[in-house]
Design a protein around this ligand. Structure first.
Ligand SMILES: Nc1nc2c(c(=O)[nH]1)N[C@H]1C(S)=C(S)[C@@H](COP(=O)(O)OP(=O)(O)OC[C@H]3O[C@@H](n4cnc5c(=O)[nH]c(N)nc54)[C@H](O)[C@@H]3O)O[C@H]1N2
Ligand SMILES: Nc1nc2c(c(=O)[nH]1)N[C@H]1C(S)=C(S)[C@@H](COP(=O)(O)OP(=O)(O)OC[C@H]3O[C@@H](n4cnc5c(=O)[nH]c(N)nc54)[C@H](O)[C@@H]3O)O[C@H]1N2
Ligand code: SF4
Ligand SMILES: [Mo]
Length: 753
């Protein structure tokens, strides 16, 4: 197939620094936090500007300190902030690198083709670039309807882009944080409790007496508040039970580490349910009063004994019983953590359902030390005309009723609705991609590219020349979070609060903030009525006034807390007659909603494919000092860790005669070879049936001078996707790799060239 869009590799730049050899894991991950937090006025030579961090989605509030010459000296936590408790993680402190990175996008770029058909990017003025984007959007609106536009967005700045796209007339707005991340647990918990888990998670970890982590690697997953609370819980004597095929940081802090055979968690969960019911360990009053379907569940779990699960999970029956009893002893102050990145094996909604059911039996939902009821501040929207009602959506790509229980737009659904097919009256033809590097975050890159090649236009708004920018028609360079205002942070927590992000310094180069870009586009598209404020300061001032604050006040305090509207932090303690938002008004152990849609009303174990001979399951995760691909080029953070390693069990290394520190290429079950080699780390901390690597490395754009070619990308090896039939989540852990010890004749990158 001839494609109109080449991947543009701009200029050849040196390959960058060599590996520092720092391992992905720091056992003391929890002591990595910034110790410094201060009241903003304490330093006379430095001026503090309020911000909240954009290095990950935990959004910790902090202060950016600028000296008299206008140079940023440090970013530290805001003492009053519930997300961070005043301490930033190493990535937050290193957020300065996002601003300082000399590889940043500097000016708008437009794709051109020369007389020989060779494509390249040329620099453009903002006026020219915005005129072109508006012209393309307008043509699409007139020729195909506004529904043929889609937005991918991740990060706070995306809020105004969503507003623009809704005003334009499309609801095709999606983020990889649903179908590639939290989606299954939100759907699974909603089917059980009538509510999701949300972000930050509503887990009351600080008061928990027992915390069960099932592939939630807190400590490498550095979501700030959770880790600090986990540290506090450990100090208070809480029991940590970690289920992970890898000896993770969390495992090293646990009383029990259950090195489960990958892909078999469902059997363990069902066995725990069995023990808790058969040994009468469940919270009887709670189950009687609040749950629906206990008898069905009891019958369902009857033969799911620890002995049955042992054969599947490799976890000894005695350990399964002892850990179940530990949980019950702590009830109701026990959390079986719902996880966050839950798109694993395709039965993920059902697995998180099993986790939700276990929590219900232990009586932890709505109780202290279990799951609290978060509250957030409602921030009013600036008055605007109603959004037009779209007549078509991404759902048209699927048969009627498919993915009915899905609460957010599927990113992969947008791809499906972009690739033309005879059943689609009209396919999506234009994408705006804001703050998400789809080449790293979506599985099955071939499909993403297939969708991209079918677009009339692709606009990418980013701060860095990430891989996705290489496919754009127009690249719009945004200022970093330290140089701009953004919408207020208002996230659910124990106590509602808001936080202000404001510029600490002038924008570098010819970059512009998202709010300005959206307003400019709106005006060019005759949508100015939706953006009737002049500047972001006006918008924030108006919003703050509605909730009894002001920009002046927020600039001084950064974070403002509000009293809870209701005294229901622990719903079931404070409101004994609580009704759940489910069909039965109860916690549904037996899900009437899933039954009505033709799915198993109670979770069942099914076996997942095993790696073929000579292949190992590709397991991936986080490192404390990086966030996905967004920090792969960050000068401060690459100093701490400049590439990823592949963890290989010593038995496997011996079999393959692979040494610690040796470079290998990875080849997956579909014959895809990693673009770059990756250094082997031989370690007992991974089971012999799997290998492990940190996500986000192996970037292929040469403009990323520190990230290009450093380590390998898990994303390009995730070609097999196991779809969750309930909610369309993309199970990504059913991929298997083998080792190539010699440089392959062609790697994927060379094919592309
Ligand atoms: N193979 C594989 N795939 C995964 C995962 C995995 O572990 N492995 N993890 C999944 C999960 S849990 C998630 S949540 C998603 C995350 O998916 P993404 O959020 O897409 O993750 P990143 O790769 O960090 O991409 C962030 C992009 O935003 C840009 N950016 C950073 N700051 C700004 C800014 O201020 N403005 C603008 N405009 N752009 C900015 C960065 O340069 C980068 O291009 O990926 C999912 N996909
Ligand atoms: N430092 C840092 N922190 C982050 C992020 C980041 O990029 N960097 N991203 C944030 C985001 S958006 C998310 S979603 C979270 C993701 O973080 P989490 O949801 O905590 O973890 P995952 O990435 O899903 O899972 C990785 C763990 O699952 C284990 N695992 C693999 N297969 C199995 C299995 O079959 N069974 C079991 N029980 N375990 C298995 C792996 O060994 C690994 O320890 O991290 C958040 N925190
Ligand atoms: S957890 Fe770290 S990276 Fe994430 S928002 Fe907080 S300080 Fe920033
Ligand atoms: Mo995520």
């Amino acid at each position: 197939m001839k494609t109109r869009r080449e991947f543009i590799k701009v200029s050849t730049v040196g390959a960058g620094v060599a590996a520092l050899g720092l391992h992905a894991l720091d056992l003391k991950g929890m002591s990595l936090f910034d110790k410094e937090s201060a009241d903003p006025a304490s330093d006379e030579d430095l001026t503090p500007y309020s911000t909240y961090c954009e290095v990950c989605f935990w959004k910790c509030a902090g202060w950016t300190y600028v000296d008299k010459k206008g140079k940023i000296r440090k970013i530290i936590g805001n003492k009053k902030d519930t997300h961070s408790q005043g301490r930033l993680c190493p990535r937050g402190t290193g957020g300065l690198g996002m601003y300082e990175d000399e590889d940043r996008l500097k000016t708008p770029l437009i794709r051109e083709e020369n007389a020989n058909g060779k494509q390249y990017f040329r620099e453009a003025s903002w006026d020219e670039a915005l005129d072109l984007v508006a012209k393309k959007m307008d043509a699409l609106r007139k020729e195909h309807g506004p529904e043929c536009l889609a937005l991918f967005s991740h990060g706070t700045g995306g809020g105004l882009f969503s507003h623009l796209v809704k005003a334009f007339g499309s609801e095709n707005i999606s983020a990889p944080s649903f179908a590639q991340c939290r989606g299954p647990r939100e759907v699974g918990f909603t089917a059980t409790f009538g509510e999701g888990v949300s972000s930050p998670e509503r887990t009351d970890i600080r008061d928990a007496k027992c915390l069960v982590l099932i592939g939630s690697h807190l400590g490498e997953n550095m979501h700030n508040g959770q880790i600090q609370e986990m540290s506090a819980a450990i100090e208070n004597g809480a029991t940590i039970i970690t289920v992970d095929p890898r000896f993770s940081t969390a495992a090293s802090h646990s009383k029990y580490w259950l090195p489960i055979k990958p892909a078999t968690d469902m059997a363990l969960l069902l066995a725990w349910i069995n023990v808790i019911i058969e040994e009468d360990l469940y919270d009887k009053d709670y189950v009687k009063k609040y749950t629906y379907g206990f008898d069905e569940l009891k019958a369902h779990a009857k033969n799911k004994t620890p002995e049955w699960a042992y054969g599947i999970t490799t976890i000894e029956p005695d350990i399964i019983r002892r850990t179940a009893r530990e949980m019950a002893a702590a009830s109701p102050s026990v959390i079986v953590h719902p996880g966050r990145h839950t798109t694993w094996y395709g039965d993920d909604t059902q697995r998180t359902r099993a986790i939700a059911i276990l929590n219900a039996l232990l009586g932890s939902w709505g109780r202290r030390g279990g799951f609290y009821n978060p509250e957030k501040v409602h921030i009013p929207s600036f008055p605007h005309p109603p959004y037009p009602k779209p007549t078509r959506t991404w759902r048209d790509a699927y048969p009627e009723g498919k993915y009915k229980l899905v609460t957010e737009v599927l990113s992969t659904g947008i791809c499906d609705a972009t690739i033309p097919n005879p059943d689609l009256a009209c396919h999506i033809r234009g994408w705006i991609v804001y703050g998400t590097n789809l080449m790293a975050s979506l599985p099955d890159q071939k499909k993403t590219l297939d969708a991209i090649h079918n677009l009339d236009f692709l606009v990418v708004v980013d701060t860095m020349p990430m891989d996705i920018t290489g496919y754009a028609d127009v690249i719009l360079p945004e200022t970093t979070y330290l140089e701009r205002y953004d919408p207020l942070r208002s996230s659910p927590h124990r106590e509602p609060s808001i936080a202000l992000r404001m510029p600490a310094v002038d924008p570098k180069n010819d970059t512009k903030p998202g709010w300005w870009i959206t307003k400019q586009l709106a005006e060019r598209l005759n949508l100015g009525d939706y953006f009737k404020w002049e500047t972001m300061e006006d918008l924030l001032e108006w919003q703050l006034k509605q909730i009894g604050s002001s920009l002046e006040e927020m600039k001084k305090i950064g974070v403002k807390s509000f009293p809870r509207e209701y005294d229901d932090l622990y719903q079931l303690q404070n409101l004994p007659d609580y009704e759940f938002n489910t069909n039965t008004g109860k916690i549904e152990l037996y899900s009437t909603e899933l039954a009505a849609e033709g799915f198993d009303p109670m979770p069942n174990y099914t076996a997942h494919p095993e790696p073929p001979e000579g292949y190992y399951r590709l397991n991936y995760g986080r490192a404390p000092m990086h966030t996905f691909s967004r920090t792969a080029n960050n000068p401060n953070l690459t100093d701490l860790m400049s590439e990823n390693n592949v963890w290989v069990n010593p038995k496997v290394a011996a079999l393959w005669e692979i040494k610690n520190g040796q470079e290998v290429w990875l080849k997956n079950q579909d014959g895809v070879i990693s673009s770059f080699p990756i250094t082997v780390r031989v370690t007992e901390r991974i089971r012999w049936d799997s290998v492990y690597m940190v996500h986000g490395f192996g970037q292929t754009n040469k403009k990323l001078t520190r990230a290009y070619g450093h380590g390998a990308s898990d994303s390009e090896l995730v070609t097999k996707v196991t779809l969750d039939p309930i909610m369309g989540g993309t199970g990504m852990r059913g991929n298997f790799v083998t080792f190539l010890k010699e440089k392959p004749i062609t790697t994927k990158m060379e094919d592309k060239a």
